[in-house]
Design a protein around this ligand. Structure first.
Ligand SMILES: *Cc1c(COP(=O)(O)O)cnc(C)c1O
Length: 384
């Protein structure tokens, strides 16, 4: 049996253990400690933002961001529809109501047109959202300039879900630094991993300080255990942060590797009519976390799901594109604003999209095996 080729798996750089070793030697095993502080500083400096607060997951960071923005039961929060469930679950944790916004073609991310419609509707109904969660899918930045302008014109703060786009840029500025808050994830499949973890970022140092308070059970400044608000147990441990410090050292290398993987797919499939690689908007630089493409059903016989099964039989892991959240049973009944009534972009991308193996440990020979199989299976529909 040939070795399985994975979608995206942890790829250690080599220095991680030295940071963990240091934590062991100083017995800083308990939550918090020197690695956590250093990881927060180092990541903030890498992306060019004032402060970060390390959390137990990216989901926890989104939850803290929404809590700090005052999202409470009955409030509305806008969110990109084409994303992983973790972008929106924290809205439900707080008892608030998500409203989903469609994608647009050039980034697969939130459509400024659909966002405008959602704001008009919210204004007319007398209830503006408390926050807008903008996702940067598979490393590609959303149209941040247009989206920020719209949110700013209504005075509504943005949480940038950059869980998949660490290392990407939009007009030279790092992804995750545009909103009131940005969040990153270090889950096992992300471009760098701590085995599990996240980071909440902001230029507002006071809010980041407050997030650390909320993430450690919101304990008041009293000798006895006293609590006035709801808190969480959401901090990253000092061991985990040590892995993160080591991973940060290879982040740029991982971005180059991911981009090279994407480039090889793009070149190999360039002659196949009906395959389109995920776009990269002018002025943006994607970390290409996952190499993703669409199959045009008018031009190609095989469907994404059939292709995923064929690859799986050859011990190759591929996945569908995220199922839009407005199509999820969990969110049935939630409001949704399409980019175009006649052509719902997120639904089309879901029907046609496939995420290809993008593991940075994959060799060129292994990738060639993936490419050869796809070229062999993707048959054009012959027009008679
Ligand atoms: C991975 C991911 C998250 C959540 O991160 P966790 O660290 O797994 O909680 C949030 N949003 C998106 C878009 C993600 O891909």
């Amino acid at each position: 049996m040939v070795e399985r080729i994975l979608l995206s798996s942890p790829h250690m750089g080599g220095l991680e253990q030295s940071f963990i070793q240091e934590a062991f030697e100083t017995n800083w095993i308990a939550p918090l400690g020197a690695n956590v502080n250093a990881f927060e500083r180092e990541l903030a400096s890498y992306v060019g933002i004032k402060a970060g607060s390390a959390t137990s997951s990216g989901t926890a960071a989104i939850h803290l961001a929404l809590d700090l923005l005052g999202v409470r039961a009955g409030d509305i929060v806008f969110c990109s529809t084409l994303t992983f469930i973790a972008s929106a679950n924290p809205i439900l944790y707080l008892g608030a109501k998500p409203v989903f916004i469609d994608s647009e073609e050039s980034t697969w991310n939130m459509s400024p047109e659909a966002l405008k419609l959602a704001f008009k509707d919210a204004k007319a109904s007398g209830q503006l959202p408390k926050a807008v969660i903008i996702v940067n899918l598979y490393g590609q930045s959303a149209r941040m300039a247009e989206l920020m302008d719209i949110c700013n014109s209504y005075g509504v703060p943005v949480v940038e879900d950059a869980a998949e786009s660490l290392g990407s840029t939009y007009r030279g500025k790092k992804s995750g630094t545009f909103g009131k808050f940005g969040i990153y994830s270090f889950n096992g499949n992300k471009i760098i991993t701590t085995s599990g973890g996240g980071m909440l970022m902001s230029d507002d140092i006071d809010l980041i300080e407050k997030s650390r308070f909320l993430a450690t059970q919101a304990r008041d400044a009293a000798k006895h255990y006293q609590h006035s608000v709801i808190g969480y147990n959401y901090r990253m441990s000092n061991i985990v942060a040590g892995i993160g410090r080591g991973q940060l050292k290879v982040l740029n290398e991982r971005v180059s590797q991911k981009r090279a993987i994407f480039q090889r797919y793009a070149e190999a499939f360039s002659h196949l009519d009906g395959i389109e690689m995920m776009p990269e908007l002018d002025g943006t630089f994607s970390n290409r976390w996952l190499s993703t493409m669409t199959l045009d059903p008018m031009k190609i016989l095989i469907t994404p799901n059939e292709l995923i099964d064929v690859l799986d039989e050859a011990n190759i892991e591929a996945r569908p594109v995220w199922k839009p959240l407005h199509m999820q049973p969990l969110f049935s009944g939630s409001k949704f604003f399409p980019h175009d009534e006649k052509d719902i972009v997120s639904e089309r991308l879901f029907a046609r999209g496939i995420c290809l193996p993008s593991d940075t440990k994959m060799t060129e020979e292994q990738q060639q095996r993936v490419i050869d199989l796809i070229i062999h299976k993707v048959k054009p529909i012959l027009i008679k």
